[in-house]
Design a protein around this ligand. Structure first.
Ligand SMILES: Cc1cc2nc3c(=O)[nH]c(=O)nc-3n(C[C@H](O)[C@H](O)[C@H](O)COP(=O)(O)O)c2cc1C
Length: 351
């Protein structure tokens, strides 16, 4: 099979996985309207390229991530349990991040221990799901800082168990041996999932004060919270609706970025995820002010097909598409992008 784009990987992944695992990966909350809208939103935006002052032949995709210049505006987002999709899933995510020179955001619900993942070569951030025991959260943060992760990503949109019809219908349960390596037994619900402690701004600011590494909030869906996070001293936010998996009928992330993107221009990082499958999707997000894009399901398709090599191929396809799109619209560097190069529903949104 020839893999020209991410849809090819998706097609094969569906054939390889069991129905239960596929539904767990693809499914979302409620009517899955948000899952679908995450993709549809990219169709509402279009490019309106300018003729460049100098012809564009070569492009530079460098972006700023936590103050450091990096060549790829792509991060491998937290997905758990990766073992459901490939036996060496967690290791493969980190390996692919190293091979493609990007960053792996390791899920807090990983099977591998924090310290073990920390010892794997490659750049890593750690995603925290709060546990029922507040003190335990701080123990986890200590271990994360000691293990050399470069940032802490606190997820705030999944404190309560989601209602996903596909999983209910399949009576989905994690297969034996696939669990959570970093959570105390008392966090387990009777169905094997993990109980989380809901966090508010007061808890988040305590975590920020405590953490020795930069803290990013994942799951922000209101421009007011993007602004507040930047004012409170967080390093950044991930505008995310958890891939439509937690609550249906929430906003699509590109639309929130459209309203909030200018905050990122003051040295505060804005990341985004939700349905990114093409280089042009990434280009749109960068034009609206994102520092980089997190991949979710997209890299899992590559993982299912070919482990870490599949994930790396997914990243390289996207980078090739992104560079090509930059040339096509006459932009040689990410810093030249602006909302002026886009229209929404054929109206320019930035003015
Ligand atoms: C199967 C699956 C598991 C996920 N697990 C986590 C997780 O452990 N922690 C987290 O913060 N987000 C998790 N997410 C959400 C992703 O990080 C990301 O926000 C989302 O997948 C983006 O949407 P996309 O998959 O359409 O690109 C998960 C998503 C999927 C599909």
């Amino acid at each position: 099979m020839q893999y020209n784009n991410l849809w090819d990987y998706r097609h094969s992944a569906k054939e390889i996985l069991t129905k239960e695992a596929w539904d767990y990966l693809e499914g979302g909350a409620g009517d899955e309207t948000t899952v679908q809208n995450n993709r549809k939103t990219f169709n509402q935006y279009s490019f309106r390229p300018r003729i460049p002052s100098k012809a564009v032949d070569k492009v530079n995709t460098d972006v700023n991530i936590l103050g450091v210049r990096r060549e790829l505006p792509i991060l491998l987002g937290p997905v758990s349990p990766l073992q459901l999709f490939h036996s060496g899933g967690e290791r493969a995510q980190v390996q692919a991040a190293m091979d493609t020179d990007t960053i792996a955001i390791c899920s807090g619900h990983s099977l591998a221990k924090i310290d073990e993942m920390g010892s794997w070569n490659g750049k890593k951030w750690f995603q925290l799901y709060s546990t029922v025991d507040a003190a335990h959260n701080y123990e986890i943060i200590d271990r994360v800082c000691l293990a050399g992760y470069e940032a802490l990503v606190v997820t705030v949109d999944a404190f309560h168990k989601a209602i996903r019809d596909r999983d209910l219908k399949n009576n989905f349960k994690l297969p034996a041996g696939i669990g959570f390596g970093n959570y105390p037994v008392k966090s387990y619900r009777t169905d094997g999932s993990i109980e989380l402690l809901p966090l508010g701004w007061d808890d988040l600011t305590k975590i920020l004060e405590y953490s020795a590494i930069p803290v990013i909030i994942k799951g922000v869906l209101n421009p007011a919270d993007v602004k507040l996070a930047s004012e409170l001293g967080f390093a950044g936010v991930v505008i995310s609706n958890h891939g439509g998996r937690q609550l249906d009928k929430v906003a699509t992330t590109l639309d929130i970025l459209l309203e909030a993107g200018d905050v990122s221009r003051n040295g505060f990082d804005i990341y985004i995820d939700g349905g990114f499958m093409r280089g042009v999707d990434i280009l749109m997000a960068l034009a609206l002010g994102a520092n980089a894009v997190l991949l979710g399901r997209a890299y899992v398709y590559g993982l299912v097909v070919a482990g870490d090599a599949g994930v790396s191929k997914v990243v390289s396809i996207l980078m090739n598409e992104l560079s090509n799109a930059m040339k096509q619209i006459g932009v040689s560097a990410i810093s030249e992008l602006s909302p002026m190069l886009l229209s929404k529903n054929n109206l320019n949104p930035s003015i």
